[in-house]
Design a protein around this ligand. Structure first.
Ligand code: COA
Length: 364
């Protein structure tokens, strides 16, 4: 294992070789299986990117259709195992997702990545429906994964502009190097455990606000600020109170997260299609104010917008309730988790990092 000492201590320990994605924090570049994220998001279907991560190549012709069919079957199978009562018990969508996914049998003879990707979409949508007082909707295998997710979640036939925006989002978050949830999933996979257990571990890690739980709070922040002119004083007051600005900063990026730009562009397209929520101008003003205030407070540590910042505004414009944001993140990231689980299992190697003992010496 290589090590790289950062200001946080022994961060950046290399625990795996991967062909799946690379994050260049200095230049703000994300490459997914040989493709810049800017080229994939908004231009390639979620199914095609799933196939890219699971097989190593973008599918052509019949292969693209086959991926769409296998994901649809994954949704149908997941729906058959849905325990409605279990979902409704949970106030938090990530808790519901964890519990529902954990009920899946470890082996049912069907393609594990498609089954798990189908399951996360179906359970996230069913939980959001239950929360709004509705019954879960069965998947429609004739629809694309993104369109069906939106339909199952909102109960409405989704319009193409919203589907395109959601699909761009799901593709944007599909994989991101050795982030915390991917690492959690890989650690479980490295023990020889099953893919369901690994994905449940990923869901648990993604739930936290320092990882996938930030977009809801970003929207709360925009609501609290209300108008662009109030952005700077509001941000200053938050920092003075010692609170973090949600959607800003990243452990790896030293420049703006490239996914923020991709999602900002998807949001602008949605506004052009006349479907957006009018929050783009406010979001841009808050981002500018936050970047400036953070630069003044931490001149040596660049802190810029991360993926969660525009996720919040985009998913809101798509028509999702903020409580469904983190489960929707999981609906995209599960594709990457599955790819990492397979890659890790193929090595047959246990991940066993070390800790540094700083406790008391034993009594003589
Ligand atoms: N708002 C205010 N201050 C922030 C900040 C933010 N969003 N992000 C980092 N800082 C501060 C830290 O508190 C630290 O200050 P200190 O030295 O006085 O304690 C300093 O900047 C350096 O932070 P650093 O150690 O480089 O950050 P990190 O790598 O530990 O944290 C995050 C990375 C993502 C956890 C952090 O930026 C954060 O909490 N962001 C908000 C939550 C969020 O958007 N999460 C989604 C991530 S994709």
């Amino acid at each position: 294992m290589d090590t790289m000492v950062t200001r946080s201590g022994l961060d950046g320990v290399v625990v795996a070789d991967t062909r799946l994605s690379e994050v260049d924090g200095e230049r703000g570049r994300l490459v997914v299986a040989g493709h810049d994220i800017e080229r994939l998001a908004g231009a390639t279907s979620f199914e095609a990117v799933a196939a890219l991560l699971w097989t190593g190549a973008l599918p052509q012709g019949d292969a693209a259709e086959a991926t769409r069919a296998v994901l649809a079957e994954g949704r149908v199978r997941a729906f058959a195992q849905l325990a409605e009562g279990e979902l409704a018990r949970h106030a938090d969508g990530m808790d519901a997702l964890r519990a529902a996914t954990a009920r899946l049998t470890a082996h049912d003879g069907f393609d594990a990545p498609a089954r798990l990707t189908g399951a996360v979409a179906v359970y996230a949508a069913a939980w959001a429906r239950a929360r709004a007082g509705g019954r879960p909707l069965a998947p429609d295998p004739s629809l694309s994964h993104a369109a069906d997710y939106l339909r199952m979640l909102t109960g409405e036939v989704p319009d193409p502009a919203r589907v395109a925006a959601l699909e761009a989002y799901l593709v944007t978050v599909v994989d991101h190097g050795m982030n915390a949830s991917t690492f959690a999933a890989r650690v479980v996979a490295s023990t020889g455990s099953d893919p369901v257990s690994a994905i449940v571990a990923g869901i648990g890690a993604l739930k936290g606000p320092l990882h996938g739980g930030a977009p809801g709070p970003v929207l709360d922040m925009l609501d609290a600020i209300g108008e662009p002119a109030r952005a700077a004083p509001w941000i200053e007051a938050e920092l003075a109170a010692g609170r973090r600005i949600m959607g800003m900063g990243h452990r790896i990026y030293r420049v703006r997260d490239p996914r923020a730009a991709v999602l900002e562009a998807a949001l602008a397209r949605l506004e052009q299609a006349g479907v957006a929520n009018g929050r783009l101008a406010l979001a841009r003003a808050v981002e500018r104010a936050a970047e400036g205030a953070l630069r003044a407070k931490y001149p040596d540590r660049p802190l810029a917008a991360n993926v969660e910042f525009y996720t919040a505004v985009l998913l809101d414009a798509v028509g999702l309730d903020r409580a469904a944001f983190s489960p929707t993140f999981a609906a995209g990231r599960v594709v990457g988790w599955c790819a990492h689980v397979a890659e890790q299992r193929a090595t047959g190697r246990l991940i066993r990092p070390a800790s540094r003992y700083v406790g008391p010496a034993p009594l003589a």
